[in-house]
Design a protein around this ligand. Sequence first.
Ligand code: ARG
Ligand code: ZN
Length: 503
Amino acid sequence: MHRRLIVPSALAAAFLLAIPASAADFSPGAPGIGDPYYPASGNGGYDVSHYDLRLKYQPKTDLLEGTATLIATAKQDLSRFNLDFGLKVSEVRVNGKKATFKASGTQELEITPATPLPKGAPAAIVVKYAGKPSELKINDWTAWARTPDGAVAAQEPDSAVWWFPSNDHPLDKATYDVSVQVPNDVQAISNGVLQSTRPVGKDWTRYSWRSNKPQASYLTTLAVGKFDITTDKTADGLPVLNAYSKDLGDNAGSARASIERTTEVAEWLTELYGPYPFNALGGYVPNVTSGFALETQTRPFYSPRQFANGSNVSVVVHELAHQWYGDSVSVHGWKDIWVNEGFARYSQWLWSEKEGEASAQELADYVYASHPADDPFWTVKPGDPGAENQFDIAVYDRGALALQALRNEVGDDVFFELLKGWPAKYKYGNAKVGDFVRYAEEVSGKPLASLFDTWLYQPTRPGAPAAAKAEVLRAPGAGKLAQPKGWKKIAATNSIHEHGHDH
Ligand code: ARG
Ligand code: ZN
């Protein structure tokens, strides 16, 4: 993400000054951004600052047609570069001129601009495409969910490949304008502010959304379907927009009773984590059959199954906490998933504590006690869980346990100072687990490396001394603790899901 504005004179200068001496000095950008968990994710050689997606979608046929315009900057002398994308492309232009391109494999689009791009040069990349996202399978897996009335793109660690070309990795965030033309009987929901709703001919309507703060590609979402929409404004004047599928049946009431508390939950989180980082709030519940939720930026995605046993504000707390921990401050690489999930889960514990249900300490005691030493739970290292365990329950529960251990070590004052300072320090950026460890040591003035090593990096249950120090062993009956009140809803946030995919 380059937040500097490229003014016309700078643009001209970049072209005039940076004429290549010899095309031989130019080399291709890497086909991956260098994430060992997902080597094909993202690309090297350039950085995108803005996406403009102008699309048309027909639910009956699943045909998605569109033009994506990416504003990027070359980070090296670039002879060609890749985008991550799976649909059929008909034309690519770079800075106005037609480029040659080929789809190599399932998710790489290799583009050779007519004129190589010198390091620092701006690039406007226009990609025209059409296809049926549901026909695209990568390793037998899809992030595109068709519903009876439309479709939804919301998945982690990637979903963009199914609907727009991108540098598909959280390291390259950008702003987004997403404009989608759909038949009149459905609506199109995306991130940020709904700028306009305009008729196109007599049968179609175009919905134009804008998300004006850096946003990771997997946090960019699209839902087409028949929705009941509620709108409001926060005390600070930010627009709130929630969308509920008209097809939620028995879950409609409990979904609304949860998601309509978004503003209230965000106010509480603002006290804990500092100013809300984005330009809009809300949530949406399409009529999908999957069970997970996702922190899609400004407008989390919720599966109806999250509300099948009554209201669940805890899942709203989780996804809104991610707006600070995950969306504004994002993982540097996918191995850093704890900087997202540990804190989002711990936020649910804090909400429980504030609501007078189980305290965070009681929840920590219960997590520790309910997993005996030989439980495979303890073999997952939240600080580096491996791609196959990226969303394992241990990343969430043991991840939150690590934060309770930290809280007991540094005391509440420093602990809450840490939680508020982190989203400010890395706002709109990326961070590694190690960055948090160093930051916590700096702020607290205590050596914490061994505490984090014990709770995040050892493939074993921390033994009695570490646990006693973290005060998770206070309960003498460890192993037979009663399930804390509210536990099931806290746990449901990530456990009601069909299994994630392995690349
Ligand atoms: N980040 C999401 C959450 O916090 C997890 C999504 C996991 N993906 C999946 N397909 N289950 O709830
Ligand atoms: Zn989460």
